[in-house]
Write a protein that binds this ligand. Structure first.
Ligand SMILES: Cc1cc2nc3c(=O)[nH]c(=O)nc-3n(C[C@H](O)[C@H](O)[C@H](O)COP(=O)(O)O)c2cc1C
Length: 205
């Protein structure tokens, strides 16, 4: 159970599930605490049960663990932007999320594949929160380098790289705004800004 006074815990306008309220994306990870094999597997079990168009499950994950496979981890880390490397170097697990962008049945473009993969990742992140784990997703990577680093076939596209581990001490972050960001509250649009009744721009009463 996280500290309810922690600045990153959501302050929702309406009551929501604890795991949604308590999930947030740290940059500070505990360098000394690894993710147990069984816990890692449970994350993928959660992703497995996400819905998808035609049930094609177009997501794939490549796992690089810092302790167990240091070379693969270093290769994955090197694909990130310098700013992401600055905090991600100590995380125990980096995951690549890849998407198969064509349908298996006819090879036509699957325009919902990215949507489906996002849902699988959302399931995974909430499962992680329930297990006391933290995640941070990254678009700051070189797609060609990721493809090369994990030998990704051409049918797939790298969507994000994701850090998984236990939240750590923000004072250890090298970049100053990363340290301050770790303590700033999370903000979100109000529901009326993205939910409409009947027609566009008409706020839901
Ligand atoms: C697709 C995606 C890409 C992101 N890319 C990065 C990134 O490259 N570097 C980073 O530090 N955070 C990245 N983030 C984290 C977001 O900044 C973070 O999720 C957002 O500020 C909301 O904060 P919260 O997850 O704590 O609610 C990314 C998140 C998503 C979903």
């Amino acid at each position: 159970m996280p500290d309810p006074a922690h600045p990153k815990i959501a302050r929702p306008d309406h009551e929501i599930l604890d795991v949604i309220r308590d999930r947030w994306s740290p940059r500070a990870f505990d360098a000394d605490r690894d993710v147990a094999d069984a816990d890692l597997r449970t994350l993928f079990e959660a992703a497995r049960w996400a819905p998808s168009s035609r049930n094609e499950q177009p997501w794939r994950f490549v796992v690089a663990r810092r302790r167990q496979s240091p070379d693969a981890f270093a290769a994955m880390l090197a694909t990130l932007t310098r700013k992401n490397q600055a905090w991600a170097a100590v995380v125990p697990v980096l995951l690549v999320v890849a998407v198969r962008t064509t349908h298996e049945i006819d090879d036509l473009v699957n325009s919902h594949a990215w949507y489906d993969a996002g849902q699988a990742v959302a399931f995974l992140t909430l499962q992680a929160t329930a297990q006391g784990l933290s995640t941070r997703q990254m678009q700051g990577f070189d797609p060609a380098a990721v493809r090369a680093a994990c030998h990704m076939p051409a049918l797939y596209e790298p969507a994000i790289v994701m850090a998984v581990g236990y939240a750590g001490d923000p004072s250890r972050l090298a970049i100053e705004y990363h340290r301050t960001d770790e303590a700033s509250p999370r903000s979100r649009r109000a529901i009326r800004e993205f939910v409409y009744a009947d027609i566009w721009d008409n706020p839901l009463p």
